[in-house]
Design a protein around this ligand. Structure first.
Ligand code: PEP
Ligand code: MG
Length: 574
């Protein structure tokens, strides 16, 4: 038995046989061609582009993919249609007289180098997309396209998940995926999560460690791949797997029940949504609406900024589906680098600390105004609230309010229907915002605590980095004290406060957060029912001591121990 440790990016357990795809990248040697071969090379190039483009279209037509998957395939199509690709490859073949395969490789190497210099997770994904298209083109040109047959209960072992391949594989047979490379935000991880497959990434050299057909257990929670498990481990995981199935069925029964603690305190449990298309699949889960609608999707992978009309239609549609429950729309929270081609700005060395969130919106008032006007118009029919990301000082809220007022004036002048005084909230996700929450409370209508960034900025730990992933620590007393301070200040000013970071869904923290007085939680759809189950187990009388105990702890280990002890005692008393 051997255990490999990686990073779990999609939860769940999978048991099956390894299918190792050792897709060594194709290398091509430089070869000169005669001038008389140029036209046949160019025809071969156009036909390869067309073939792969058609393949992507067929794939899109043959499955009902979600917006995420379609966007990724569209990105691949855009790369194939990129005039720069066509121009530069044709120029190299025509002017430098080098063979087509080599010209293609050279083009993609240059593109990858450009993205590589940007040092950013999002850009790293662009490299993966480029690499994938490069390899597909080369495989096609060399008559080397792969067909992959899966056996039942397959755990796919790959260096990096090729998205198009993932979408073609039989979903009935594929149980999970492990990879050498990748991160939480890689496209492949997103697709795998939306397919509900457990995934562990970053298991360096896994493709050489695992033999094809080896018996494997994949644990998306602990981030482990267990190769050739002994019989005891197999038995434990078989049991866990069967519990997982049973638990899934039990959770579904909770949908009909009201979200409240065991002793009847009503808790609002809302949804975090990233794509409007998600709504139809998750609407049935919550009667409390959406506590965080991330609007970044509207601004990603496109050639122009979304118009007011386009945004208005989307916001109105989502809000109307939720009525009478609210829709909290967060204005775009995106780093300057991700929009650089749309806004004509230089990519930054350190985007997490750069021009992102509210800073970017205030820096680009046209972009901000367009989004605000779309929201104010949609608020005529929807129960909509606006929320500002990455606030770190009170002036940012004041400037945003002022801009909202001018939007109201402009809409009035244009004779458009819109709603005045749409509630304006602030995300508390920087230590600065938590520290001045007493002042911020006088400038806004609600708070929502974003623990993902709050942890990142409080502990100075890059939330996207594998290297420091173990130091991204929600148990750290500094994080818990900042949350507490925010809740206390909100209460002092009678201001509604909610929490929408991942901590809101964690079983360890739910009783503590409710004990602090957070009765409004917003979580991802995938974990919604588990969070609800945890809320429904909380006894209000039990949690007072828990809060005092946790806030009295001096280090993370102590916090964790006290929470675990409390859970143990509480399980016993149930
Ligand atoms: C957060 O930071 O906790 C949050 C909810 O926002 P995001 O994860 O989109 O940054
Ligand atoms: Mg955030």
């Amino acid at each position: 038995m051997q255990k490999l440790q990686g990073v779990g990016v999609s939860l769940g357990i999978a048991v099956g046989r390894a299918k190792v795809l050792n897709r060594q990248p194709l290398q091509v040697a430089s070869r000169s061609i005669d001038a008389s071969d140029v036209s046949s090379e160019l025809v071969r190039f156009r036909s390869a582009l067309e073939h792969i483009g058609n393949d992507i279209s067929r794939l899109l037509d043959s499955f009902s993919f979600g917006k995420n998957e379609r966007d990724i395939l569209d990105t691949h199509r855009l790369i194939l249609q990129d005039p720069e690709l066509i121009k530069s490859v044709e120029r190299m073949v025509r002017d430098d007289l080098i063979c087509l395969e080599h010209a293609v490789s050279r083009h993609f190497q240059k593109a990858a180098k450009l993205f590589d210099e940007m040092e950013d997770d999002y850009m790293a994904q662009r490299i993966a997309d480029y690499r994938e298209i490069n390899q597909r083109l080369l495989r096609h040109l060399q008559g080397n396209e792969q067909k992959i047959e899966l056996d039942t209960d397959t755990i796919l072992v790959v260096d990096e998940i090729p998205v198009s391949l993932l979408m073609k594989l039989s979903r009935d047979k594929l149980r999970g995926i492990v990879t050498d490379k990748g991160s939480r935000t890689s496209h492949a991880a997103i697709v795998a999560r939306s397919l509900g497959l457990p995934v562990v990434v970053g298991l360096r050299d896994v493709i050489t460690e695992v033999e094809d057909n080896a018996h494997c257990i994949l644990d998306g929670q602990s981030g482990q791949l267990i190769i050739n498990p002994d019989s005891h481990t197999s038995d434990v995981y078989e049991q866990l797997l069967s519990n997982q199935e049973q638990h899934r069925e039990d959770l579904l029964k909770l949908v009909e029940q009201e979200t409240a603690t065991a002793d009847g305190t009503r808790i609002h449990l809302r949804l975090n949504i990233e794509l409007p298309e998600e709504m139809d699949h998750v609407l049935h889960l919550s009667e409390d609406g959406v506590g965080l609608f991330r609007t970044e999707f509207l601004f990603m992978d496109r050639s122009s900024l979304p118009t007011e009309e386009e945004q208005y239609i989307i916001y109105r549609e989502v809000a109307e589906k939720l009525l009478p429950a609210p829709l909290v729309i967060r204005t775009v929270d995106i780093g300057g680098d991700k929009l650089s081609n749309l806004l004509n700005i230089e990519p930054e060395k350190n985007p997490a600390l750069g021009c992102r969130g509210i800073r970017l919106s205030l820096e680009h008032p046209d972009l901000f105004r367009t989004q605000i006007m779309a929201i104010l118009r949609a608020a005529v029919t929807g129960n909509i609230r606006v929320m500002l990301p990455l606030i770190s000082c009170v002036e940012q809220v004041q400037r945003s309010r002022k801009l909202i007022r001018t939007c109201e004036q402009e809409l009035a002048q244009r004779g458009r229907e819109f709603r005045r005084n749409v509630p304006l909230g602030v995300m508390i996700e920087t230590p600065a915002a938590a520290m001045i929450s007493s002042v911020l409370a006088t400038e806004c209508d609600f708070f929502s605590i974003g623990t993902n960034d709050l942890i990142q900025y409080t502990l100075a730990v890059d939330r996207a980095s594998d290297t420091v992933a173990d130091q991204f620590d929600p148990y750290h007393p500094a994080v818990l004290h900042l949350i507490t301070l925010t809740v206390q200040n909100a209460r002092k000013h009678n201001l509604p406060v909610s929490i929408c970071g991942e901590m809101a869904a964690e079983s360890d923290f739910i009783p503590f957060l409710i004990g602090l007085g957070l009765h409004d939680l917003s979580v991802s759809p995938g974990i919604y029912l588990t969070a609800k189950e945890n809320i429904m187990r909380v006894q209000s009388s039990d949690i007072v001591d828990l809060v005092l105990d946790v806030l009295d702890a001096e280090c993370s280990a102590e916090v964790k121990q006290r929470i675990r002890d409390w859970h143990k005692a509480s399980r016993k008393s149930r």
